[in-house]
Design a protein around this ligand. Structure first.
Ligand SMILES: C[S@@+](CC[C@H](N)C(=O)[O-])C[C@H]1O[C@@H](n2cnc3c(N)ncnc32)[C@H](O)[C@@H]1O
Length: 787
């Protein structure tokens, strides 16, 4: 890329750097003309797109080496390494390669099944046996292994069928004898079970959610362009929108850990792509959805069928034939055009590969090429091409030409490279930058212990969400029309690839439905939020809370009045100037009619600070200087106070490090307590830093087994959060989970109320899916039954 960038003549670079969307036909075709006569460009495209040069193809020799390694590990009893070697071998093994008269892939699945069996991972073992048998239906060892795994799972009828088929297809006498003895043991076990009373099986959780009749409409405002609103009132916790992505792509850091189609965590029996060595899937279903039916096995069922009873014949068909539901790909396979063993999907940035997916899908859907006279844009989404830095515009031009050149190697459709098609890709990537959503997953949580809950919720900054992993980037056509608010009333989450949007509060008909793209009120001050949105999303936030005064923005980073019994606020110059600017820019702040009750200054005047009314407050804010108390006018030296605060953070950081290593000494704890006193006397009572320190101290006392003090600090942090956020905010829910775990470990019955409140908060955000996304909620409820 650097070679191409530096080779572009300066005049062309400038032209591209200064271009607007209407200049694109010219800039794109000029750059194409230049690159076409520049040899390194052709070499680069060949390296990326020629299958013979690709490193992402299958490789039989490599697979055989890995298989051998796997066998050695297995024999030495090293299951973890055997598993890793077989999985890697599966990734590179060509689907049609044979190894000692057997299909290599089938053998590898079978070997991996043996490892799973040894590790007692029986469901994984069964799935791998099925995969081996779908390729080689007369694979005796796979039937035998399947039978034993089924027997261990108590599926005796299946086990007996499996072993009967194994006996028929096994060629050696000793093998047949071994199977017979196994069959006898299983039959004995089976006879015992049919004589014992039937077991009650639990109903699986019904995850269907309530569906309110909510009708959405697209509305346009001058400040934010198009946005979504509802035609009717929306009660809290209602599901307002679900959608599948138009196209999606896994992020590079999750390629080895998450399924490349559904983005859930990969299980141990992951399945590779059938034609290249890049994607990994959690199941055959995902593999087929993403890659399409690219490799057809021709299982020779008739080899064994003639010796089978009709019962066994049915059993063999059930196991070896891929179910139609799996084969039936509902959408255009996203990975198919990338799947040539070529390098470009692994090397180009994800947003460019995603643009390729969008482009291909849209060409196939329209059943033609890109040279359509009526063709405006691939998707109807907004972009900020004009405001991009010149360097980004140049990169975007080059990447678009490289992407189109790579896609031409795919034979599935016709693609011309010209000013028009390049322009389409440049705009498409610009749209992806503004509109793509990041799909996140909660970190898996196998340990449901109370202490673990506490630590899990304490990790990271207090107000950040529970450990979330960014797994994929996706374009949702309707989802992209939701604008941003720093105090949203709706919430986004994902299950597999599906987007869910739910109202967390009541939303009146006609009100904008806005979600949070980034930080919210209470997380960062207004100035920082605005800068973040400008840097990351290239727009100046015009949400209602950024144009109004609100308690969180005012107190989040404020100082305490020097008079300890005065509850006044003291601002530093930065915050004060910003808030004054707000008043200047938004004169309507002075009109109480725009103020909604929650967290607005109005409320907080009546609540804690008693400034004598909105007007008085606004007047004092406009006239006060940094360092002076807004209420009594006393002066605090902000410079020395800030220095004292940053000094106080040192012992707090030590405490956090100690918490990380779970070894908090008495001195560390008492130093941190002294710092808390200092922070409390220097910072405003609702300053978020105090809440964060209270939270760390709660954690430390929890670790030390001093639950009463842990509880007091946890409650103190909740008290502050309740001032910064609305009472049903998920951040308070997270903190309440910590409180509940402390209450439970000290046997307090108040835990029941806390957990009920947590349940209410979480269901506003996730509806009945809360229990699926946060399994520990059920765990906590179960713990209360022991009280
Ligand atoms: C994902 S799109 C939302 C739909 C977009 N308004 C449209 O007309 O297609 C994001 C863009 O909407 C605009 N936008 C969203 N929220 C905004 C806000 N709070 N203030 C100003 N502009 C906003 C910005 O231009 C942003 O880049």
């Amino acid at each position: 890329m650097e070679t191409l960038k530096s080779a572009v003549p300066e005049t062309l670079k400038r032209m591209i750097g200064e271009s607007t969307p209407s200049d694109l036909p010219l800039t794109c075709s000029s750059l194409l003309d230049f690159l076409l006569q520049f040899n390194p460009f052709h070499h680069m495209v060949e390296d990326l797109a020629e299958p013979e040069r690709g490193l992402c193809g299958k490789n039989k020799d490599e697979a055989l080496k890995l298989k051998k390694k796997g066998n050695q590990f297995f024999l030495a009893g090293d299951c973890a390494n055997a598993l890793a070697s077989y999985s890697q071998a599966l990734r590179v093994a060509p689907m049609d390669a044979d190894d000692m008269d057997k299909n290599l892939v089938a053998t590898l699945y079978m070997n991996r099944a043996s490892v799973f069996h040894k590790m007692n991972l029986l469901a994984e073992c069964l799935r791998d046996c099925d995969r081996a048998l779908q390729i080689s239906p007369s694979y005796a060892k796979a039937w035998y292994r399947r039978g034993r795994a089924n027997a261990s799972l108590g599926n005796y009828e299946d086990a007996i069928h499996d072993l009967n088929v194994a006996k028929i297809v096994e060629s050696s006498l000793s093998g047949k004898r071994q199977i017979e003895s196994e069959l006898k043991t299983i039959l004995d076990g089976y006879n015992n079970t049919i004589n014992s009373p039937a077991q009650h099986t639990e109903d699986t959780l019904n995850i269907l959610d309530e569906s309110h009749q909510i009708e959405l409409q697209c509305v346009t405002t001058p400040d934010k362009g198009r946005g979504m609103a509802s035609k009717n009132d929306i009660p809290p916790a209602s599901l307002i929108h679900t959608e599948e992505p138009f196209a999606a792509i896994i992020l590079k850091q999750c390629r080895e850990t998450h399924c490349h189609y559904c983005f859930n965590e990969l299980s141990a029996d992951k399945v590779p792509c059938t034609s290249c060595s890049i994607p990994l899937y959690c199941s055959k279903y995902c593999q087929l959805q993403a890659g399409g039916v690219s490799f057809q096995h021709n299982p020779k069922n008739h080899d064994i069928q003639e010796n089978l009873s009709s019962n066994l014949e049915k059993h063999v068909a059930k196991v070896t034939l891929v179910a139609d539901s799996e084969r039936d790909t509902k959408q255009i396979p996203e990975h198919k055009h990338e799947c040539q063993g070529v390098n470009w999907p692994a090397i180009l940035p994800p947003e460019i590969v995603l643009a390729g997916r969008l482009l291909v899908k849209s060409i196939i859907e329209r059943g033609g090429s890109l040279d359509n006279a009526n063709f405006r844009q691939i998707v109807d989404l907004s972009h900020h091409y004009s405001t991009m830095p010149p360097e980004s515009k140049l990169e975007l031009h080059i990447y678009s030409i490289v992407l189109l050149s790579c896609l031409r190697y795919f034979k599935g459709f016709e693609l011309k490279i010209n000013g028009f098609s390049i322009e389409q890709v440049v705009i498409l990537v610009s749209q992806i930058r503004v509109n793509s959503m990041t799909i996140v997953r909660m970190n898996s949580n196998e340990d449901h212990g109370l202490e673990h809950q506490f630590r899990k919720f304490s990790s990271g900054a207090l107000t950040s969400n529970v450990e979330q992993v960014k797994v994929a980037q996706a374009i949702y056509e309707t989802g992209s029309l939701f604008n941003h608010s720093c105090q949203p009333k709706i919430h986004v989450y994902f299950l597999s690839r599906t987007l869910f949007i739910r109202a967390t509060e009541f939303v009146a008909a006609g009100c904008p439905l806005e979600l949070s793209y980034g930080p919210q009120v209470g997380q960062w001050g207004c100035k920082d939020r605005i800068r973040f949105l400008e840097d990351e999303y290239s727009f100046r936030c015009h949400c209602s809370v950024c144009s109004e005064l609100n308690l969180s923005d005012l107190v989040l980073n404020a100082f305490h009045c020097v008079k300890q019994n005065c509850s006044g606020i003291v601002f530093d110059s930065c915050v004060l100037n910003h808030e004054k600017q707000k008043i200047k820019h938004y004169p309507s702040i002075a009109s109480t009619s725009r103020l909604e009750p929650h967290l607005k200054v109005d409320n907080f005047i009546n609540d804690a600070i008693h400034y004598g009314g909105q007007d008085t407050f606004l007047n004092s804010l406009s006239s006060v200087n940094p360092g002076y108390c807004l209420k009594c006018g006393s002066y605090r030296d902000i410079e020395s106070s800030s220095a004292a605060v940053s000094k106080a953070w040192k012992p707090i950081r030590r405490l956090r490090d100690a918490l990380g290593s779970e070894d908090v000494s008495g001195t560390t704890l008492s130093d941190a307590l002294k710092c808390l006193d200092l922070l409390r006397s220097t910072l405003h009572a609702y300053n978020k830093s105090i809440a964060e320190v209270e939270d760390s101290l709660a954690q430390a006392f929890c670790l030390a087994g001093d639950t009463p003090r842990a509880m007091a600090h946890c409650k103190a942090s909740i008290e502050i959060l309740e001032k910064l956020y609305n009472p049903n905010h998920i951040v308070i829910g997270y903190e309440l989970v910590k409180l509940a775990s402390i209450q439970l470990s000290s046997g307090e019955s108040t835990a029941v109320d806390t957990i009920n409140r947590v349940g209410e908060i979480f269901s506003r955000y996730y509806g009945s899916q809360a229990d699926i996304i946060f399994p520990y909620l059920q765990f906590l409820r179960r713990q209360t039954q022991k009280l």
